[in-house]
Design a protein around this ligand. Structure first.
Ligand code: AKG
Ligand code: FE2
Length: 268
């Protein structure tokens, strides 16, 4: 099971409930180009500058209401998933989520591939700013997955989360192994104020020797948040330094909230 770095310390790894069946996912090149087409309408220079300045960026209405509904409904179809995690059992919070199995549903596969291609230049710029000795991030997501698989990170990380009243998600980082692509995407599938109240996505940032700052991300149904997985570089007077990030969800006060999480590296 992958490592999810919880509130302050690394916690015990959750036990997977393996599911045997796999869904019939269609991930053809037509779907992949549809994924690219849906991203073309965004101003990526603006998104990149949001990511650099605040560690998160927004893609308003990445999915329409029907697509949100379609993905949220998968939660009850066990064949889509490889494991189910009850957050309370692992002190991750309260509520539950499921990891998708390969092959991913076509829409999700297309989004993961197309989003990676758009985010790779940001990751690459961050890598260079960190003056890291790590190798460059490959341009294609398939090449990143090949690297993950060679490193023993074989299991798909995209997940579907379901929260009811009183559920919440502790501050954490989605690491899952040594190979960590620095950006991830969270799509809100439910409408705040209608489907649920409360349940805000929170991102904290911690600068060296400073107290943590919290940012609440303003999401509507279908909006995607791109967030830093672990850290981002900030330019200081004497070179770049690392700002640490964690994310979580405040308590849901009423109703039901679904989110789709897209992590680009696979899990140990
Ligand atoms: O439900 C949310 O908004 C957060 C989901 C999450 O932690 C993730 O996708 O990694
Ligand atoms: Fe997460």
């Amino acid at each position: 099971m992958g490592k999810r770095l919880a509130c302050a310390a690394q916690v015990a790894l959750p036990l997977d409930v393996e599911t045997s069946a796999t869904p019939a996912g269609l991930a053809g090149s037509d779907t992949d180009s549809a994924g690219e087409a849906s991203l073309r309408r965004y101003d990526w220079t603006a998104v990149e500058s949001q990511l650099d300045r605040q560690g998160w960026g927004l893609l308003p209405r990445l999915l329409d209401a029907a697509q949100c509904q379609q993905i949220a409904a998968m939660y009850d179809e066990a064949a889509h998933f490889r494991s189910r995690i009850q957050m309370q059992r692992h002190a991750f919070g309260r509520g539950e989520y499921q990891y998708f199995a390969y092959p991913l549903p076509a829409l999700l596969q297309a989004l993961r591939t197309a989003l990676y291609a758009r985010l790779q230049p940001v990751a690459e710029q961050w890598r260079q700013q960190f003056t890291s000795t790590a190798p460059p991030w490959p341009a294609q997501h398939a090449a990143l997955l090949a690297q993950c698989h060679a490193a023993g990170q074989l299991r798909p990380t995209p997940l579907l989360l379901r929260y009811g009243a009183d559920d919440y998600n502790c501050l954490h980082q989605d690491l899952y192994g040594a190979l960590v692509f620095p950006l991830q995407v969270i799509v809100l599938l439910s409408q705040p104020g209608e489907d649920f109240d409360g349940g805000e996505l929170v991102l904290t940032e911690q600068r060296p020797r400073m107290q943590s700052r919290a940012q609440v991300l303003p999401l509507q149904r279908g909006d995607a948040a791109i967030i830093a997985v672990r850290e981002r570089p900030v330019q200081g007077t004497r070179g770049s330094y690392r700002v640490q990030h964690r994310h979580g969800v405040s308590t849901v006060l009423r109703g039901q909230r679904h989110t789709l999480g897209i992590v680009f590296h696979d899990a140990e």
